[in-house]
Design a protein around this ligand. Structure first.
Ligand SMILES: *Cc1c(COP(=O)(O)O)cnc(C)c1O
Length: 465
């Protein structure tokens, strides 16, 4: 008799069940070692040399991506993780400060490992019993930080883009397909893109020469727009970290019976800190709020939220699929999760957020935000007093736009690429006042004064060779 075909001793171990932790532990040692060796090889915020040599190194290290015979778990992890780390732009390096690309907290990453190991999927209760309960608690708790209403709620999204899409979708469902979306030119590009995606009339961008939405311009636009309107304001612009005048915008929306969505992807969590919350006063007047915890929340991607003042506002997302939320299952008390997202299979991103909130507490999270804002002020002060650098404006959040005083735009753009190419620093770029500026987006709470000195020294070295 021949043995039935089936898994033998060579079957790779699973991450979950009783044997999971024992199988994972030695693999994690390999992963952690490779993270270290990769970072050592890189030796800075990003690999030097630019895209071509980096791509060549990755190709050489990987060789055959699907080899005829496998190399085994340890070799595969060592090679891939080392290659990834050696070629990373690591936001935990203080000189990697271009984008709203945060260095994740170790506690959040450790929690995310458990999420991956158990792989709960939040499209039905029978795939995520505890994960769905954790998500419900986290979303209600966070929504209550923004809305002082009895049934405040939030959806977990993949980020600000998805949150903005759902915000516009909910507004379309409230007002119909002829909804006009009015936004500042300072708004995130995902707002007009969501209008396009949803088949709405093209969104109208109001010029924002000062960086924020001007209430007088908005008043004129509202008066001139027939039919239903959704205004989207921004609390923390992606380019400059500026906050639109939220109360005045909300007053105008009230007056013109327009709906208000506030994209607070970057600045929303300032609501948690007594020192800075006045800057985002008025958030609670929006029908929906976009919040990103993978910015000033130090979560690994993805960690977005769409918050609403009342869970009833989410009703248009209700959806039924017999294999996931059969009406008799729902009647019998199984939570119906399908209306909590437009996605079906969905990671339990609330777990890492919950672990972070519990570990740090309100106090710890507040200190992290306050300290990061203070670091940005420090950098701005240094640039402002530097003889060869010009500060565009002191930061409202943690974005510091500046330029070498005597450089033209081409030189500014070249300087940014030179720093990238040499592997010295990752800085962003932004246009303001008709000129190109460099920008440092500080999100690393471990950055020190000495790190800021090094950054400035690199700039000096590149502007005065
Ligand atoms: C980052 C950002 C977004 C997009 O968020 P993702 O998480 O990248 O999808 C939207 N709006 C603003 C204001 C942002 O800063």
């Amino acid at each position: 008799m021949t043995a039935p075909p089936g898994p033998g001793t060579g079957t790779p171990p699973l991450a979950g069940a009783a044997g999971g932790p024992a199988a994972l532990r030695p693999l994690l040692d390999t992963v952690l070692d490779a993270l270290r060796t990769g970072a050592e090889e890189r030796g800075g915020p990003l690999p030097a040399g630019g895209p071509d040599p980096l791509t060549a190194r990755v190709r050489a290290a990987l060789g055959d991506v699907l080899p005829p015979k496998g190399t085994g778990d340890h070799e595969a992890l060592r090679t891939l993780v080392h290659t990834l780390a050696a070629g990373a732009a690591d936001p935990a390096d203080p000189l990697c400060a271009a984008h709203l690309h945060c260095p994740p907290l170790a506690v959040a990453v450790a929690a995310d490992l458990a999420a991956s190991a158990l792989n709960p999927s939040l499209d039905s209760w029978d795939q995520a019993p505890a994960a769905s309960a954790i998500e419900a608690l986290v979303t209600r708790t966070l929504a209550a930080e923004f809305y002082d209403t009895p049934h405040a709620d939030a959806l977990v999204t993949t980020g600000g883009t998805e949150a903005n899409q759902i915000a516009l979708l909910l507004a379309r469902e409230r007002h119909g397909p002829h909804l006009t979306v009015l936004h500042g030119a300072n708004a995130h590009h995902s707002i007009p893109r969501a209008a396009w995606l949803l088949g709405l009339p093209p969104a109208t961008a109001l010029p924002t020469p000062t960086g924020t939405l001007d209430p007088a311009d908005l008043a004129r636009a509202l008066a001139a727009t027939p039919g239903p309107v959704l205004v989207t304001a921004t609390a923390g612009t992606t380019d400059a970290g500026l906050i639109d005048p939220l109360h005045r915008i909300a007053d105008l929306c009230d007056h013109h019976r327009a709906d208000l969505h506030i994209d607070a992807a970057y600045g929303g969590l300032l609501a948690l800190t007594p020192r800075h919350r006045h800057k985002v006063a008025g958030l609670a007047r929006a029908a929906s709020l976009t919040i990103d915890l993978h910015k000033l929340g130090w979560q690994p991607v993805p960690a977005g939220l769409l918050a609403v003042p009342d869970t009833a506002l989410l009703a248009p997302l209700a959806h039924q699929a017999d294999y996931l939320n059969a009406p008799d299952d729902t009647d019998a008390g199984l939570p119906d999760l399908l209306g909590r997202s437009l996605r079906t299979t969905r990671r339990p991103d609330a777990l890492k957020i919950a672990a972070t909130l519990r570990s740090l507490g309100r106090d710890g999270l507040t200190r992290l935000i306050d300290h990061t804002c203070a670091l940005a002020q420090q950098l701005a002060d240094r640039i402002d007093t530097h003889p060869h650098l010009t500060l565009h404006a002191h930061p409202t959040l943690t974005t510091v736009p500046f330029r070498p005083t005597h450089a033209d735009d081409t030189q500014v753009a070249t300087l940014r690429r030179t720093l990238l190419h040499q592997g010295q620093a990752v800085l962003g770029r932004t246009h303001a006042d008709g000129r190109l500026w460099l920008k440092a987006t500080l999100l690393n709470p471990h950055t020190t004064a000495a790190d800021l000195d090094i950054l400035i020294a690199h700039l000096e070295g590149s502007t005065h060779p």
